[in-house]
Design a protein around this ligand. Structure first.
Ligand SMILES: *[C@@H]1O[C@H](CO)[C@@H](O)[C@H](O)[C@H]1NC(C)=O
Length: 464
């Protein structure tokens, strides 16, 4: 297992590792020291099956020496982190030569790994933490591998690409693209993400996707039959599980679940909006203010996780409108720093989830049947938002096309529609109904079982 250096990638790779280890397979989980240290503890009965393999992250100029994960660096320095990541090729190759695994599971960022695996006669699978819809939008490997992304102008990303043969609204908004382009210019050397995706998918033996064809059949079919033309295997959603011992665990990172639970216990069933916009991206001061005023005007109870701004010393709490916390103190909590998201989402008082539309978060929200209020910030989040809005499992907060601004009144209106108004009833029902598809562990484990069969039947016969 060789995930990209981001918590949101390490965790699902580890989840899949545990499921494979439970079936008796041995896993080498390869990453850098700080990333491995931050992983949740591996259950005792699996600890002999999952071997953590640690390589120091090679140094590249201008990347802070402590930085090993996407949350350690501002958005503008992600490219540098990828450069350092690419330098792991030699130690990883040496390791693969000696450990000789049957299969390699790698992420989109290590576009160089399939050719290493090919030389060594090891089967390899691109494990995609992106939906089949996002992969389709990104494009066919044949195109990406030879030319990179054929789109260059920001406007090109706001129309349905020509390789999508059916009607679709899965496109970026102009502000999502310009924000992205402006912010990556600073360090634009090295392979683009399009090249990385192209080789990761194009040169793999099989593509494994953390999703299911029950959820997005049209996109799975398109990938398999037209864009990728290779085996595409869904692994299900890898839903979050709450370990029994977690129930009693207290004071993780200084925040006690006990006091959060106590507050949630006092709220009515399905009444609370849980707001968490991810750890990598942050809102501008203006956006933060509109969001706060929108929550205030909605009059609904909320629990808002407000992270520190990545790579900045500014405190997001100081950017809230004057007197906000005082005015909402009887019904809203603003929680600084890390919060036990899965436990919060699992609480009966939570009815809706305002999310930045990272795929992990969407899966966590729908695993508990929470209606989604969609506020994408970065990367493929805009595509996820369109997908979920299109499938009527959430409502997107409308933003100005060019600058992405939004108003408190539309925030309040969308929250009320999603949470309480009659017009949101079918949305709430759909979110509740889809819960078993996303969250039922047995149902999802069927996909894992099928994957394991496939892997055992299709590994390359190695020359010993
Ligand atoms: C919310 O905004 C509307 C429109 O300005 C206003 O009429 C209403 O009183 C506000 N509600 C609260 C609780 O602030």
């Amino acid at each position: 297992m060789f995930p990209w250096l981001a918590t949101g990638h390490l965790i699902p790779f580890l989840q899949l590792s545990k499921l494979l280890a439970e079936k008796g397979h041995k896993i080498y989980f390869v990453s850098t020291p700080r990333n491995l240290n931050r992983l949740p503890e591996i259950p005792k009965q699996l600890s002999s099956k999952i071997v953590l393999v640690s390589f120091p992250l090679p140094h590249v100029p201008n990347l802070p020496s402590f930085a090993e994960s996407s949350t350690d660096v501002p958005y503008t320095k992600q490219q540098l982190l990828k450069k350092a990541f690419d330098l792991l090729e030699p130690p990883l190759t040496t390791f693969l030569e000696s450990s000789k695994p049957d299969w390699i599971f790698y992420d989109y960022a290590s576009h160089w790994l399939p050719s290493v695996a090919g030389r060594l006669g090891i089967s390899c699978s691109f494990f995609s933490l992106f939906t089949a819809a996002s992969l389709s939008y990104i494009g066919p490997p044949s195109v990406l591998m030879s030319f990179g992304d054929p789109r260059s102008k920001a406007e090109d990303f706001t129309v349905v690409p020509k390789w999508i043969p059916f009607e679709s609204d899965l496109v970026f908004r102009l502000h999502e693209v310009t924000k992205y382009v402006e912010k990556t210019e600073e360090d634009e050397s090295g392979p683009s993400d399009s090249i990385r995706f192209g080789f990761a998918a194009g040169e793999s033996d099989v593509v494994i996707i953390r999703s299911s064809p029950e959820f997005e059949p049209e996109w799975f079919n398109l990938l398999r039959d037209q864009l990728y033309r290779k085996p595409i295997i869904p692994v299900g959603f890898l839903p979050p599980t709450i370990e029994r011992k977690d129930e009693f665990e207290d004071d993780i990172n200084g925040h006690s679940w006990g006091s959060i639970k106590e507050w949630l216990d006092k709220q009515k069933t399905n009444s609370v909006v849980y707001v968490a916009l991810g750890t990598e991206a942050s809102l501008s001061a203006e956006e933060l203010k509109e969001l706060a005023l929108g929550l205030e005007n909605s009059t609904l109870p909320f629990f808002w996780v407000l992270n520190k701004i990545p790579g900045s010393t500014k405190n997001a709490l100081d950017m809230l409108p004057d007197g906000f916390q005082e005015r909402v103190k009887n019904r809203g909590i603003v929680h600084g720093g890390w919060a036990p998201q899965v436990k919060i989402l699992s609480h009966d008082s939570v009815g809706g989830f305002m999310t930045h539309c990272g795929w992990n978060s969407i899966i966590e929200g729908l695993s508990f049947g929470r209606v989604l209020i969609l506020l994408p910030v970065l990367n493929e989040q805009g595509l996820n938002s369109r997908l979920l809005h299109g499938k009527k499992l959430g409502l997107e907060i409308p933003r100005e096309e060019e600058d992405g601004s939004f108003t408190w009144s539309s925030v309040a209106e969308i929250i009320r529609t999603a949470m309480v108004d009659d017009s949101g009833e079918s949305l709430r029902n759909r979110a509740r109904e889809i819960r078993s598809m996303f969250g039922d562990v047995d149902r999802n484990n069927c996909y894992v079982a099928r994957l394991v069969n496939y892997l055992m039947e299709n590994k390359k016969a190695r020359v010993l």
